[in-house]
Each structure stands twice: as structure tokens, then as C-alpha cells.
Design a protein around this ligand. Structure first.
Ligand code: SAM
Length: 242
């Protein structure tokens, strides 16, 4: 899978590309991240890519031409590598990105991600060259870089061969529409508190039942709307009642 990112701050992506799960996926060639800055696509002697907004008001707006040239170059490079990419603009006004959307994103062969800055990008660019707008939450970041990293991290960890244990993404929160169950590790007693005894029982069926019950209970308490959306079978309804 290939991501091409258009950003004014490529160095920020070191947070994702130098260590951790995504860095390992890049080293293994399971995913690729290509960064390019629109400053390389402007004729402005100062390499400026923003200007004041028409109509006045605070802030600056990223200009059409350098962003369009950077997007076109990214798509052409991806196409030359045999990857057909759609363009997504990270924006607080975009469609909310949830785990189902991440699964969809991870199933594509490539994306060009546009990280905005300042007041955002010239609207005509969105109309002409952007296929989708994605928001990572109802709050405003200073730039789209963190949002792009959030989406890439969540998508790349789903790719086959990225996580060590084959099932570990499948058991995470949201994978089955539920929040994850609680986890414990050694020592058996920490700050005077023990571990639920079923986890020490060696009874795998009982452990699975307990984990499902915890996941159902947590989801019911913390995110009841998720449970309503997902629904429950008779066994799960009984477990939640117990
Ligand atoms: N004036 C814009 C608005 O109110 O919709 C906000 C611009 S914001 C300061 C600068 C950039 O950060 C945006 O162009 C976008 O790329 C990114 N951004 C901010 N919040 C975001 C969010 N919740 N999700 C995705 N991207 C976001």
C-alpha cells in the first residue's frame, strides 16, 4: 500500500516513519510513504504557497497552483509505480473517520493525502482535485499532518504481516463493533490488587466468555450507541445481563 502526502512540514512525519509499527511495515516494504512539499512546485522566489483571503479576514489560505502541481506529481508517481490513488484532504469539515472507514482506506492500493495549514486550502482545489475529505474529530488542529499520521497509522497496522500476532488487530476495540476487554500482565499482584481469577484458571472457554462479557459491559457503559448500532445475539444479551 502506498501513501503520498502533500505537506509543508515533511519532518513531522519522522514521528511515524522512524520507529514503531509503521516504521517496521515501511522497512519490510508492506507500505510506502512518500512525502512532498508544495514549496517545490511554486515559482515564487520566497517559495511561498499561501496568500491573504479574498474578502479580508484573519489568516492565510494555501494557493491552488502549487498544491495542484504537487497533487498531480504525486498521482503521476504513484501511477508510474502501478498504484491508482484517490486524493483525500484532511479537514475538520470532512466526513468523520471511524474504524470502518479505516478498513476501507486500508483496502485501497494508494492514497494521496493533502495536509492543510493556516485557514485551509483554496476551495477551488477541493472542487477540482479532491475525491474525499476526512476529519479525525470535532476539533481543529493547526495542520493536517497529525491527522494524516493518525489515518496512516490506523490503516497500515491493519495490513497483512504488519502486526506480530495474526489476530491482534481483530481483537482491538471497534473490530467487532465492541470496545476491547481489560488486559493484565505480570506480576499477579500490583499495588495490592490482584488479577481476575478466571484469567489464571487455564480454562480457555471461560476466559473467552469473560472477555466477551467485559467487552459487552464496557461498551454498554461507555459507548451504548455502539452497542445499539451493532446489536447482540441471545448469548451476548445473556452475558450482559449476568
Ligand atoms: N479554517 C479551517 C476550518 O475552520 O475548517 C481550519 C483550518 S486548520 C487551522 C488547518 C488545517 O488543519 C486544515 O486545513 C486541515 O488540513 C487540518 N485539520 C484541522 N483539524 C482537523 C481535523 N479535525 N481533521 C483533519 N484535519 C484537520
Amino acid at each position: 500500500m502506498r501513501f503520498d502526502v502533500i505537506t509543508l512540514f515533511p519532518a513531522q512525519f519522522k514521528a511515524l516513519t522512524q520507529e514503531g509499527v509503521v516504521a517496521r511495515a515501511l522497512r519490510r516494504g508492506i507500505a510506502e510513504i512518500h512525502l512532498r512539499t508544495p514549496r517545490d512546485y511554486t515559482a515564487d522566489p520566497q517559495r511561498a504557497v499561501d496568500d491573504r483571503p479574498y474578502g479580508g479576514g484573519p489568516g492565510m489560505v494555501m494557493q491552488y497552483a502549487p498544491l495542484r502541481a504537487a497533487l498531480d506529481a504525486a498521482r503521476a508517481d504513484a501511477a508510474a509505480a502501478g498504484v491508482s490513488s484517490r486524493v483525500a484532504y484532511l479537514s475538520p469539515q470532512g466526513a468523520p473517520v471511524d474504524q470502518a472507514k479505516i478498513v476501507e482506506i486500508a483496502s485501497a492500493s494508494g492514497w494521496v493525502l493533502l495536509a492543510g495549514r493556516y485557514e485551509g486550502v483554496d476551495e477551488r482545489l477541493i472542487e477540482d482535485a479532491v475525491d474525499e475529505e476526512w476529519s479525525i474529530g470535532d476539533y481543529v488542529l493547526s495542520g493536517g499532518e497529525l491527522a494524516a499520521m493518525v489515518v496512516m497509522d490506523a490503516a497500515i497496522r491493519l495490513l497483512p504481516g504488519v502486526l506480530g500476532h495474526a489476530d491482534s488487530a481483530g481483537q482491538d476495540s471497534y473490530a467487532s463493533g465492541l470496545l476491547d476487554c481489560p488486559h493484565y500482565t505480570r506480576p499477579e499482584t500490583a499495588a495490592g490488587r490482584g488479577v481476575p481469577s478466571v484469567l489464571l484458571s487455564g480454562d480457555h472457554a471461560a476466559i473467552e466468555r469473560w472477555r466477551l462479557q467485559q467487552a459487552l459491559g464496557r461498551t454498554w457503559e461507555r459507548r451504548p450507541e455502539l452497542l445499539r448500532k451493532r446489536g447482540m445475539n441471545d448469548v451476548e444479551r445473556q452475558l450482559l445481563d449476568d
